[in-house]
Design a binder for this molecule. Structure first.
Ligand code: C2E
Ligand code: CA
Ligand code: CA
Length: 528
């Protein structure tokens, strides 16, 4: 039943809508920022996989080509250097990756495409290479022709034996790659590893495997050659993080805007009230007020009700505050006026001549710019000389003292009376009342409740009644539920009584029959 009220309490004011939107914005930015960074991360990982695979393919194909080329010159190891020198040189010259082909026989390098005939044991030339293996590689700091320029040296053994084979030094130049990647701050680092030495995109020097950065993100080995490749990628590069933050900001802003749009326009809580007005979900109940001398009806108080289609009966305390928060109190009060005007003729017949008709005014309505026009329009909609309207106002309304005084004077000029409602619940001092001209003082039901209990009710009530008398105000006690309370209040001189003991708030039809049977109520007899 209270779902609407709960809803109203949670999201009622524009401030709360703003809070909700900010929270939605923050959640949105976290969510989208997170999703974006995860997506970018996934993309980075996938491209690192592809890169590792591509590098592996590239070097495998490269060494395969070299293998084919060396196979074709293996037969030359059966020939003397002077007979093959020319051919060897041109073979090397036509292969841009080859620095030198060296023919090896009996474990001795005896013919180089670069330097011609030579005599050097392989063990002295490249101690790292084991010529008993079919294929062996090494990274060297340089060659005689190009000292200081690192090279990958390869050994392909001739299957015919006798320590024959082809030794090759290669131009493995990662510089173009370096140039290319220098422009990309987050480009991966590549390391080509043979034995315990490595060539990297980090520098043109040979580095020891031990001094490579730890934890490469990808490692791959060539299947047929003793070469390993390490790839270092940044899993969370700055660019990706910046992009994620940007995405988070944009989507966060978007979710905040959508949220506030939704709350303000689509789900605007106050919309319920406007719909309620349109669909006739509001109605008025009337609670009789009786005079102390005869306990017969002297007036009525109009109390609004909201019969919500799904939330059920919503108490006025909740929806009035809600309507005030939504700035909808003016249309709601106008609606109340219209409902009362519709019942006015019937009410006129029920009320005694000059009967009082209490209407509650919400504080925010009193101070709204349309207040006077609304009141005039209401007065014009009532039958002439119908009943005496009493506007019930709480102490809260009087905080703007000057304005309240002017409004009260104006209401009096128009022939309305004014009651201070819920008296005793506010925080103002009794003396505060002296500044205003008011006609009735309604003693709050919380106050009446304590009658008969061991409290200080009596002296306080006496002080209130004395003051009211001095200020020429009539007094009304609210929430009278028992004959004892009624008796006690009458004895102290309270002028009017209102409460469940006499009647609960009634619909117009109920009120008519309650009134018709008034003579059957023996309130006076019960009390005395
Ligand atoms: P209120 O002006 O103090 O109205 C009296 C409240 O006390 C009513 O509650 C009434 O039903 C209840 N009441 C009357 N006799 C007894 C009793 O003997 N015992 C108990 N326990 N309660 C009794 P209701 O109708 O729920 O209204 C609550 C408040 O909502 C009202 O307090 C008033 O401040 C506000 N309200 C009601 N209708 C309107 C309206 O049309 N406009 C405005 N602005 N406020 C309204
Ligand atoms: Ca009231
Ligand atoms: Ca009251």
């Amino acid at each position: 039943m209270y779902s609407i009220t709960l809803f109203a309490r949670y999201i009622s004011t524009p401030k709360q809508i703003a809070y909700c939107s900010i929270i939605a914005g923050l959640l949105g930015s976290l969510l989208f920022g997170g999703i974006t960074s995860l997506m970018l991360h996934g993309k980075r990982e996938a491209s690192a996989d592809i890169l590792a695979k591509d590098i592996n393919h590239y070097f495998s194909a490269f060494f395969n080509d070299l293998h084919v080329a060396t196979d074709s010159i293996q037969p030359l190891t059966f020939t003397e250097c002077r007979d093959v020198n020319g051919e060897l040189t041109s073979r090397a010259a036509f292969n841009i990756y080859v620095r030198a082909f060296v023919l090896v026989r009996n474990g001795k390098a005896y013919c180089s495409s670069a330097t011609g005939a030579m005599h050097m044991a392989m063990g002295n030339l490249v101690p790292e290479i084991d010529i008993s293996k079919n294929i062996d590689f090494s990274i060297m700091t340089g060659t005689p022709m190009m000292p200081g320029k690192p090279t990958i040296a390869t050994w392909f053994k001739n299957p015919e034996g006798d320590g024959r084979g082809i030794f090759t030094t290669l131009n493995v130049n990662l510089t173009p790659y370096l140039l290319f990647t220098a422009r990309q701050s987050d480009a991966p680092i590549i390391a080509i590893i043979v034995g315990n030495r490595a060539l990297t995109t980090l520098s043109s020097e040979i580095v020891n495997v031990d001094s490579l950065p730890p934890n490469p993100s990808r490692t791959t080995s060539l299947s047929q050659y003793p070469v390993k490749i390490y790839l270092y990628t940044k899993p969370w590069p700055v660019e990706d993080l910046q992009l994620s933050v940007l995405a988070g900001l944009i989507f966060g802003l978007l979710s905040g805007v959508i949220c506030s749009y939704f709350l303000y326009v689509k789900m605007r809580p106050g919309k319920e009230i406007l719909t309620g007005i349109k669909q006739g979900q509001f109605y008025v109940m009337y609670q009789p007020v009786v005079g102390s001398h005869d306990l017969k009806m002297s007036g009525l108080e109009a109390l609004m009700r909201w019969n919500h289609p799904t939330a059920g009966m919503i108490p006025p305390d909740a929806f009035i505050a809600f309507a005030e928060a939504q700035q909808l109190i003016v249309p709601l009060t106008r609606h109340l006026f219209a409902l009362i005007a519709r019942d006015a003729e019937m009410l006129q017949r029920i009320l005694p001549p000059g009967g009082k008709f209490g209407i509650n005014l919400a504080p925010s309505h009193l101070h709204s710019p349309t207040f006077k026009d609304d009141i005039m329009a209401f007065a014009a909609s009532l039958p002439p000389d119908g009943f005496q309207i009493v506007f019930e106002i709480t102490e809260r309304d009087m905080l703007k003292e000057k304005e309240a005084m002017n409004l009260f004077a104006w209401l009096h000029e128009q022939g309305f009376e004014i009651a201070i409602d819920d008296f005793g619940t506010g925080h103002s001092a009794l003396i505060y009342l002296e500044r205003f001209t008011l006609d009735y003082l309604k003693i709050d039901r919380g106050f009446v409740n304590t009658i008969g209990m061991e409290t200080v009710t009596a002296p306080v009530l006496d002080a209130v009644l004395t003051l009211a008398k001095r200020l020429n105000m009539a007094t009304v006690a609210e929430g009278v539920e028992t004959p004892e309370q009624a008796k006690w209040l009458i004895e102290r001189g309270v002028n009017y009584l209102q409460g469940y003991y006499f009647s609960r708030p009634l619909t117009l039809a109920q009120l008519a029959s309650w009134n018709a049977s008034q003579n059957d109520h023996h309130f006076l007899k019960d009390i005395h």
